[in-house]
Design a protein around this ligand. Structure first.
Ligand code: RAM
Length: 486
């Protein structure tokens, strides 16, 4: 068996069990003529299939009935006219169907939806009709019976934890999806944060294993990096993006997995691949040990418009070297010496070449003089600066309106992690309450893909309609709250 088949077989062996629940909206009957509509509320966010029954009030249907059925993660999606959407991303992510029904029947819609609200509009009916027996079959691979609820003196933190675990639950399907509305695929950056939160909540180790193997079966690009995303349906597909920070975070995900499971067999299977990711990155360093920018979508870091992100990428490399050399040492692999020596050298080089002493900040040629929170967070996580110096610089960048600020809960996760690393527990709690708590206060049932308090319409894709409102990388408050017992 070649490696790819071996990894895919391993992934298949860890296919998770799905758990189903039936949700019944409060409205039980809807009598309608042409032009009438009803909005059903499931009372919570759900991922799954919708079923209803329709009957004619007379005994004869003269012509087909045409319905427009819309699914919304929030009421904004329900109320907005989808024809006003200007892509951005494909408009077919917007969840709306037109169906024609020839005669009374029970209908189970074939697609899976991600929603709390369902709007049925009768576009045309020849006679009055009646809808009954609405239900939604929700699925997840999270075993909710394993979730221990937390009691927190602060009701906002308690609510944030609930919304965060709901977010993770919804994204846990046959693999860790990034968002059940969009993109419905497995991305490395999302996987890492979902897995971390899962270790403190649903503890489904199989799904993590499965996702690690799914990536291991992927095609490397010319630089040697893993695909940043994969699909598993309708057949296995290795995504055409190989973002360097995501390739590195795959290695970190393997380190996390070992830390939480002690499962050496998986680490042994993936060790060469992990070494390959770091060795490929090392080849991109210049004579000063600073990364050389590459063409294409080379670094992600955050969906912040205009972000350069290369200093941050260098920080992700440091962070990965540190985690990986520690893993190697723990499992008795002597090559750890190579990676830890490299770590020391690249750390010193990063401070020497990327830090501007006169400005007391990581402002440099690599990012064309751009100041960002991202650079500082990742240089802190990579250990290039530490202690009070790091604390002051981090706070200064967060307060500086000229600095690029995080736009997604993904990047805010790493801001929070940097705060914990520096012992800034109070600041971290405030930060979680401000950003994730802000979404809760705006009525979020699950955490959103992107959120900027001062700009509620912000979207990385130009129109907030296409944003995912249940997004995996936003679930990590439960990780922080539970790990640090906040
Ligand atoms: C988007 C999704 C996904 C993320 C990538 C980089 O398509 O939000 O979660 O990982 O970007």
């Amino acid at each position: 068996m070649n490696n790819k088949n071996y990894f895919l077989t391993k992934a298949q062996e860890n296919f998770p069990q799905l758990y189903y629940r039936k949700l019944i909206p409060d409205i039980k009957t809807f009598n309608a003529d042409t032009g009438d509509s009803v909005i059903l509320d499931l009372g919570e966010h759900a991922v799954g299939h919708f079923t209803f029954r329709f009957d004619n009030q007379d005994d004869f249907v003269d012509a087909p009935v045409r319905l427009v059925i819309k699914f919304g993660e929030d009421m904004y999606e329900i109320e907005r006219d989808f024809s006003t959407y200007e892509p951005g991303l494909s408009k077919t992510w917007l969840q709306e169907e037109i169906i024609n029904l020839d005669f009374p029947q029970e209908v189970t819609m074939p697609r899976r939806y991600s929603c709390r609200y369902i709007k049925i509009t009768v576009d045309f009916t020849p006679f009055p009709i009646t809808f009954t027996d609405f239900y939604f079959t929700a699925s997840t691979s999270a075993d909710t019976s394993l979730l221990q609820s937390i009691k927190n003196e602060d009701p906002l933190l308690e609510k944030i934890d609930t919304v965060a675990t709901d977010t993770l639950k919804e994204c846990m399907q046959t693999f860790f999806e990034d968002g059940p509305k969009r993109d419905r695929r497995l991305w490395i950056g999302d996987l890492r944060l979902e897995a971390l939160t899962n270790y403190y909540t649903f503890k489904n180790y199989e799904i993590v294993k499965r996702c690690l193997y799914l990536f291991a079966a992927g095609d490397l690009n010319d630089l040697g990096f893993l695909p940043s995303f994969i699909y598993e349906t309708p057949y296995y597909f290795s995504g055409h993006a190989n973002i360097a920070d995501y390739a590195l975070l795959y290695v970190v995900s393997v380190c996390d997995y070992y830390e939480h499971t002690g499962d050496i067999s998986v680490v042994n299977d993936l060790l060469d691949l992990c070494k390959g990711q770091l060795d490929s990155f090392e080849k991109l360093l210049d004579e000063n040990l600073i990364v050389i920018p590459q063409d294409g979508w080379f670094s992600f870091i955050d969906w912040c418009p205009g972000l350069s992100g290369l200093t941050a990428l260098q920080g992700v490399y440091l962070y990965t070297l540190e985690r990986f050399s520690a893993l190697l040492k723990k499992i008795g692999d002597e090559t750890y010496i190579k990676y830890s020596e490299l770590l020391k050298k690249v750390r010193t080089a990063s401070k020497t070449h990327l830090f501007d002493k006169s400005k007391n900040a990581f402002i440099n040629y690599l990012d064309k003089g751009q100041l960002s929170v991202h650079s500082h967070v990742w240089m802190i996580l990579g250990g290039a600066i530490d202690g009070d110096e790091a604390k002051n610089i981090l706070l200064a960048s967060l307060e500086n309106s000229e600095a690029k600020q995080p736009c997604t809960p993904y990047m805010r996760h790493y801001v929070t992690e940097a705060m914990f690393k520096l012992g800034m527990k109070d600041e971290a709690i405030e930060y979680i309450k401000k950003f994730w708590g802000g979404m809760v206060e705006k009525g979020a049932d699950t955490f959103w893909e992107a959120y900027i308090p001062e700009n509620p319409d912000f979207s990385p894709y130009d129109d907030r309609l296409i944003n995912s409102l249940c997004h995996a990388w936003s679930c990590t408050p439960s990780y922080f709250i539970r790990k640090y017992q906040l």
